[in-house]
Write a protein that binds this ligand. Structure first.
Ligand SMILES: Nc1ncnc2c1ncn2[C@@H]1O[C@H](COP(=O)(O)OP(=O)(O)O)[C@@H](O)[C@H]1O
Ligand SMILES: [Mg+2]
Length: 315
């Protein structure tokens, strides 16, 4: 099983100028490590505003100019620098964007799906592929000539999905592909994403909907306050006893009560000295207040918690 994507110790912060002159750096993602293998769907699960889209945009190389990135991203073993990102984007690595605002309002959907072509011949070829993929996802020929505002929510999602697939990517980043969809369209999207996994492709599925992650992914990474606190199999995430981090346990246990939604709030917004979950943790140790746990491998599960690092010291 080959590794498609490796993100190692990624941090993203923003520089902003408050009242004109005071420079202020805000860290949004801290020390994030995650990988995606061939034939695998990895979900990144985190509440709104936790930096999930920034993760997607950093892999694609489309972060805003005021962002600052540390760490390393590799694709098929090669360091993914800005030049390589631009080369692979739209071909080997594609994004299903979170917002339909990524569609150009003034361009027919088929034309934007086809994208730029060097000549008429390439356009013809891509047109055939566009029609084939649109058809596969239930978008008939009448959709080709529509403008984005003429699409229903479900159709727009399918256009975004189809557009991402026209380049035939090996790695697909799906940024919240299901919000606002009715139940049937959610099921369809899940099926579509699962079907993509064949042929050695990998998918990074970004979502705040735990049900979608549980139904779709092979592994799930839990994002908390800018940190990945646990990466475990979707199978284990169905059982609070099989997840390790105290936040993951609390999350799984609270699901029926919360209608299977992630709860907002409680995540500290400012950079804290110790474990980001310290304030809410029921099994915290003294050292958790002022020291940061690392993401460690505990029996094949990645977890960021001193309760497990203890056992693993020196390994
Ligand atoms: N250009 C920017 N400048 C400053 N802060 C930003 C910028 N873009 C995003 N952020 C902040 O980064 C955080 C994470 O954003 P985002 O990745 O969109 O979250 P998510 O996709 O998880 O909902 C948000 O709090 C947002 O305000
Ligand atoms: Mg987002």
């Amino acid at each position: 099983m080959g590794k498609l994507l490796e993100v190692n110790n990624l941090s993203i912060s923003f520089t902003q100028y408050v009242q004109g002159l005071n420079r202020h750096d805000t860290k949004v993602i801290s020390d994030l490590s995650i990988d995606v293998n061939e034939n695998e769907i990895v979900a990144v699960l985190g509440s709104s505003g936790s930096g999930k889209s920034l993760l997607a945009h950093s892999i694609l190389g489309i972060l805003p100019y005021n962002s600052h990135v540390e760490g390393e991203i590799k694709y098929k073993g090669q360091v993914l620098d800005q030049e390589l990102k631009e080369k692979l984007r739209g071909e080997e690595i594609c994004l299903i964007p979170q917002s339909v605002n990524f569609l150009d309002p003034l361009m027919k959907v088929s034309e934007q799906a086809i994208g730029e072509c060097k000549d008429e011949k390439e356009h013809e070829e891509k047109k055939i592929r566009q029609r084939e993929i649109f058809g596969k996802y239930g978008l008939d020929e009448s959709v080709d000539d529509l403008y984005p505002f003429e699409l229903s929510g479900g159709m727009a999602r399918k256009v975004l999905l189809s557009t991402a697939l026209i380049g035939d990517p090996d790695l697909l980043i799906a940024d919240e592909p299901t919000p606002g969809l009715d139940k049937k369209s959610v099921e369809e999207t899940i099926t579509d994403i699962k079907n993509l996994k064949e042929n050695n492709k990998g998918i990074l599925l970004i979502t705040h909907e735990i049900n979608v992650a549980l139904k779709t992914a092979d592994r799930i990474a839990i994002f908390y306050s800018g940190y990945v606190i646990e990466i475990n199999t979707a199978e284990n995430f169905k059982n609070a006893e099989k997840v390790l981090h105290p936040y993951s346990k609390a999350l799984i246990e609270s699901l029926p009560r919360n209608g299977f939604n992630l709860t907002e709030g409680v995540q500290p917004l400012n950079e804290v000295a110790g474990c980001p979950y310290y304030e809410n943790c029921l099994v915290r140790l003294d050292k958790c207040e002022n020291n940061k746990p690392k993401l460690v491998n505990h029996d094949g599960v990645m977890v960021r918690c001193f309760n497990y690092e203890e056992v693993n010291d020196g390994s």
